[in-house]
Design a protein around this ligand. Sequence first.
Ligand SMILES: [Zn+2]
Length: 153
Amino acid sequence: MAKIPTLKPRLATHAFAPRLQSSAADAGRVEARGTTAERGYGGWWQRESKAFREHYTGCVYCWLDGRSGPVELVDHLYPHGLRRDAQSRSQKALFRLKTYWLPSCHDCHRSFKAQIEAEGIEAIDALAIRLGLDPLADDELRRACLRALTRNK
Ligand SMILES: [Zn+2]
């Protein structure tokens, strides 16, 4: 079997790769994060997730499978379990942690990614490694993720 490529060295040449030109939206990112710290889904998310989706050219999970697919949503590699009516600090932190935001299509999110999540957090760690990312290390955030995974069952 061919060696599975990591994300970083091949970013520039693959279908899901970040677009090379930077935008005004990119420049505003850090600032936006600080000013809307108390919100979950809302203006911050609308703005940041849109900028993120526009930054990538394809679905990362399709890419893993050797296909090309559209960027239709931002997947949180580690599910956060955030709901409008119930937000803990760790859920919000996980929700906002862009390290684990990934460009995805609807089909992969419903099928491939849902299957990984059903297998549990170790399967998500393994997927992170396939993507060239360090698995989530923060204990508090891992507990938030585990709660989200349990609730999804
Ligand atoms: Zn896909």
